[in-house]
Design a protein around this ligand. Structure first.
Ligand SMILES: NC(=O)c1ccc[n+]([C@@H]2O[C@H](COP(=O)([O-])OP(=O)(O)OC[C@H]3O[C@@H](n4cnc5c(N)ncnc54)[C@H](OP(=O)(O)O)[C@@H]3O)[C@@H](O)[C@H]2O)c1
Length: 216
């Protein structure tokens, strides 16, 4: 698939690299154009000068920027995101890492439905640390990619994408379930911070409903 990855940091590089190795046609964009070109060249992908340029010809757009940058990036992408699948891999962490900035309200992913009303938004990959996004087999077992969306087409695409890089996709519900996915990611992050952990912990479901692991 033609996939635009917005962000060339931990998540952009890790997930974008796995997607490129799986044979997807990946184009990166961020703010620093030199770094974007370096990352793209290192990972066998293309580079674009802006998020909008990267997304223009993409079928799928992956958002891998800090939460605070999301509204601006989403507004920039809106004109080229109509009917496209937008995967929100971000977590709405408070800047001091003391919790979620969205606590008690809609998830970060639901908030994207404002600027990206014409796109098919999916929350996915946010529960996986970049260590595993970049090396899905690092733990010697298949790791789950939990995702939430309202849209069947997006569900099919994310199922195919997750499987192509080596994750087991698990559909956990409509986009409102992104609240739980963001909370789960925060739980894992807090665990690592409390224990000075290895940032490789992943949630794996035992005996998930088969229907949740398949496309709609
Ligand atoms: N790290 C993890 O293990 C992990 C796992 C799951 C989810 N997440 C979430 O994923 C998101 C990204 O995390 P990260 O660790 O990859 O962060 P990061 O290493 O700081 O990378 C952030 C990237 O976003 C780009 N960026 C920032 N503002 C931008 C803007 N206005 N327009 C375009 N690009 C912009 C930066 O580009 P420049 O370098 O060009 O400025 C950089 O490439 C966060 O929401 C995080 O909570 C992280």
């Amino acid at each position: 698939m033609k996939i635009a990855v917005i962000g060339t940091g931990n998540v952009g590089k890790a997930l974008g690299g796995s997607l490129a190795r799986a044979g997807h046609d990946v184009t990166f964009a961020a703010r620093d154009e030199d770094k974007t070109r370096e990352v793209a060249s290192e990972l066998g992908a293309s580079a674009a000068s802006t998020p909008q340029a990267a997304a223009r010809d993409a079928e799928v757009i992956v958002l891998a920027v800090p939460y605070g940058a999301l509204p601006g990036v989403a507004t920039e992408l809106a004109p080229v995101a109509k009917d496209k699948i937008v995967i929100d891999a971000t977590n709405p962490l408070k800047s001091d890492y003391s919790g979620l900035a969205t606590e008690g309200g809609p998830s970060g992913a639901e908030r994207l439905a404002g600027p990206l009303a014409d796109a098919h938004v999916v929350k996915a990959f946010n529960t996986l640390f970049s260590s595993l996004q970049g090396d899905p087999s690092a733990l010697g077992t298949t790791v789950d990619a939990l995702y939430a969306t309202d849209d069947d087409e997006a569900r099919r695409a994310v199922t195919a994408i997750a499987e192509s890089v080596g994750f087991r996709p698990i559909y956990v519900g409509p986009l409102t379930a992104a609240r739980e996915l963001e909370a789960l990611a925060w739980l894992n992050i807090r665990l690592q911070m409390l224990t000075n952990g290895s940032w490789t912990t992943a949630f794996v479901a035992l005996n998930p409903p088969e229907a949740a692991t398949m496309a709609a």
